[in-house]
Ligand binder design. Structure first.
Ligand code: C5P
Length: 232
């Protein structure tokens, strides 16, 4: 899969997400389904959006004992999603078990990427709450390297970290980056942002864009602008 724009469909119901997706009559966006929508609507929402012709990144961030993650991943693999994810903090063994669970009988599987440290975790909370005393950048790169070691395909990271992740883990290791805003747009609650064009320049493989598209007056035009800046 090449560079693409993934639209974060952070809606709370199937009706809302279908009303949004109905507007796209030409290029069908790659869609991210998160916990809110998945827990509200269940696996059916994944099947329906897939049937409509969209690729899907199912953002459920699994983190449990290896055996449980393996079995859960096998269920997600049967849903035919294109990308799914987990927390690298679950250890290399958990990530290896996830790959096993995802791999279908014919050897194919969805891409699997890892969350390193959430962007909501800062140095202070990592030190005080998690008792991890190393600098956060080092922790993020170590978790990315662990994900690579376990056979994963990439990580979710800030566009500002994408270059360093590629340096550490190789250029084929995918960087999927949220925190994207148009140069003339609202930053909202995101702290460190980049435009789609900057994210492309720094080497992000996929950008995850939510409100700049979903809250735009013309959502299709906003999506097309992202594609024009990032993909074309
Ligand atoms: O609306 P916005 O473009 O900020 O949406 C970004 C999406 O990416 C949301 O679904 C958010 O949960 C997700 N995300 C993020 N930052 C991370 C990880 C995920 O914004 N570090």
């Amino acid at each position: 899969m090449g560079k693409d724009v993934i639209v974060a469909c952070d809606f709370s119901s199937a009706e809302a997400v279908y009303a949004f997706l109905d507007k796209f009559t030409e290029r069908k966006p790659f869609v991210k389904i998160g916990m809110e929508l998945f827990y509200a609507e269940g696996p059916q929402i994944v099947k329906e959006i897939k049937k409509r012709g969209h690729k899907i990144f199912l953002d459920l961030k699994l983190h449990d004992i290896p055996n449980t993650v393996k079995k859960a991943m096998s269920v997600l693999s049967n849903l035919d999603v294109d990308i799914c994810n987990l927390h690298a903090g679950g250890t290399v063994r958990m990530m290896e078990a996830a790959i096993e669970g995802l791999t279908r009988e014919d050897g194919t599987r969805p891409l699997l990427i890892a969350v390193t440290q959430l962007t909501s975790t800062d140095q202070e909370s990592m030190e005080n709450d998690l008792l991890i005393k190393e600098p956060i950048d080092k922790v993020v790169m170590h978790y990315a390297a662990n994900a690579k070691k376990a056979g994963l395909d990439g990580v979710v990271c800030s566009p500002l970290e994408a270059g360093k992740v590629h340096e550490t883990c190789g250029k084929d290791f995918l960087t999927v980056t949220p925190g994207v805003r148009f140069a003339d747009g609202d930053i909202g609650d995101q702290k460190r942002v980049m435009t789609p064009a900057e994210a492309k320049k720094i080497g992000s493989d996929y950008i995850v864009v939510g409100r700049p598209i979903t809250a735009a007056e013309d959502v299709v035009a906003a999506y097309n602008r992202c594609v024009a800046e990032f993909v074309d």
